[in-house]
Write a new protein. Sequence first.
Length: 108
Amino acid sequence: MGIPKDITEAMDSYPLFYQKVWKACANIPEGEVRTYKWIASKIRRPKAHRAVGIALKMNPFAPIIPCHRVVKSGGFLGGYSAPGGPQTKWKLLKQEGVALQGKKAILS
């Protein structure tokens, strides 16, 4: 997914680590999920999965940067800082066609 120019310009005022996380997240296709560890690996910081969670929590560009598509290992949804919390995350994933079972996304 291409990130709109105004968003990439606004990202410049945030730490480089956050920018890398958000850009990796922007590449997750609609209807799919990835794990925090996947993002960490994608940005070449394989042990930084907790820091990835913090960067996503600070994401001011949702839903353009779709942090709701990032889940814990094993498919557990994890947190969601937008209004409604994890229930909103679950609803968004369901609307996008992600296979869900209870509070878990089915990872392929």
